[in-house]
Design a protein around this ligand. Structure first.
Ligand code: NDP
Length: 292
């Protein structure tokens, strides 16, 4: 079993990003600039945004945080998005999800100029992704593709089973793995909570991608010998033994599944770190005006 080491790969890719950012600064006098909009004070979102900001600084980007209370209206948020769309000093921005219930995330996502949509959630980017055209790829699926590429994992002709069909992870993941590209060219099965006899499918997976949101959901008896296991899950549980006050668990029962797998991502230290790298890569592409 080989551990797909998100720390190692992300550090390596961040070095390359930093070199390109420095070259851009030299050429244009500008650093790539990412803005994050954070609404409320959800613990998970706070942590993710802080980490995104920290990583921007590390690779020589400029980053800015705009905060709103939970009480912010959809109209106020839309006004801010229009401002950011037009601000020439902003290359890319994200509105951290989840949003409070009174704000429709689809309305917010569609209001973002697709050329600054570094989360890759805008329908134009998703449509272009499907057609294999230049676009911002959604950060988590993109990170997984970078990981597969880094380790040279053969995907062509393999059966990839994705568990979970969310707009931000499972669904785009299934599209990327099925595209005529490298990595890609898989035969893909997309499963979800209505799938009957899930295990019949997971047992046939050469590559199994779990994006469910349930701690240790994928157990050893659901996995084929020698499968590649990608665990997207980030299930937080409070803990008195950690400094942060919580512990992260994946969707895969790592201890049981790892011995059967050929490659596996740990949680933490796997996909999560790659997600941030993708955001940095998208922001760099935005600063270079590669998506138009
Ligand atoms: P969602 O809750 O949006 O989607 C979960 C998906 O899992 C749904 O499609 C749901 O099916 C499916 N599902 C739920 N229960 C079952 C079941 N019993 N059998 C089969 N499928 C099931 O979650 P996300 O996609 O946003 O996130 C998934 C996990 O990944 C979470 O733990 C999240 O924290 C983590 N995550 C990690 C990231 C990272 O950077 N590592 C980034 C984003 C998310 P249905 O559609 O039918 O409801």
């Amino acid at each position: 079993m080989i551990l797909l080491d998100g720390k190692l790969v992300s550090e390596e890719l961040k070095k390359q990003i930093a070199v390109e950012a420095a070259e851009l600064l030299e050429k244009t006098g500008r650093k790539p600039h990412l803005v994050a909009v954070l609404v409320g004070n959800d613990g998970g979102s706070e942590t993710y945004v802080a980490s995104k900001m920290r990583n921007c600084e590390k690779v020589g980007f400029k980053s800015s945080l705009i905060r709103y209370d939970n009480t912010v209206t959809e109209a106020e948020l839309l006004n801010k998005i229009q401002e950011l769309n037009q601000d020439k000093e902003v290359d890319g921005f994200i509105v951290q999800l989840p949003l409070p219930k009174h704000i429709n995330p689809d309305v917010i996502t569609e209001a973002i100029d697709y050329r600054k949509d570094v989360d890759g959630f805008h329908p134009i980017n998703l449509g272009r992704m499907q057609r294999n055209l230049p676009c911002f790829l959604p950060a988590t699926p993109y990170g997984i593709m970078l990981m597969l590429e880094y380790y040279g994992i053969e995907t062509a002709g393999k059966h990839c089973v994705v568990v979970g069909r969310s707009n931000i992870v499972g669904s785009p993941m299934s599209i990327l793995m099925a595209r005529n590209a490298k990595p890609g060219n898989c035969t893909v099965t997309l499963t979800h909570s209505r799938t009957q006899n899930l295990k019949d499918f997971t047992l046939k997976a050469d590559i199994l991608i779990a994006a469910i949101g349930k701690k240790n959901f994928i157990t050893a008896d659901m996995v084929k010998e020698g499968a590649v296991i990608i665990d997207v899950g980030m299930n937080r549980e409070s803990s008195e033994t950690t400094k942060s006050g919580y512990k992260l668990f994946g969707d895969v029962d790592f201890d049981g599944v790892a011995p059967k797998s050929s490659y596996i991502t740990p949680v933490p230290g796997g996909v999560g770190l790659m997600t941030i790298v993708s955001l940095l890569k998208n922001t760099l592409a935005a600063a270079k005006r590669e998506i138009y």
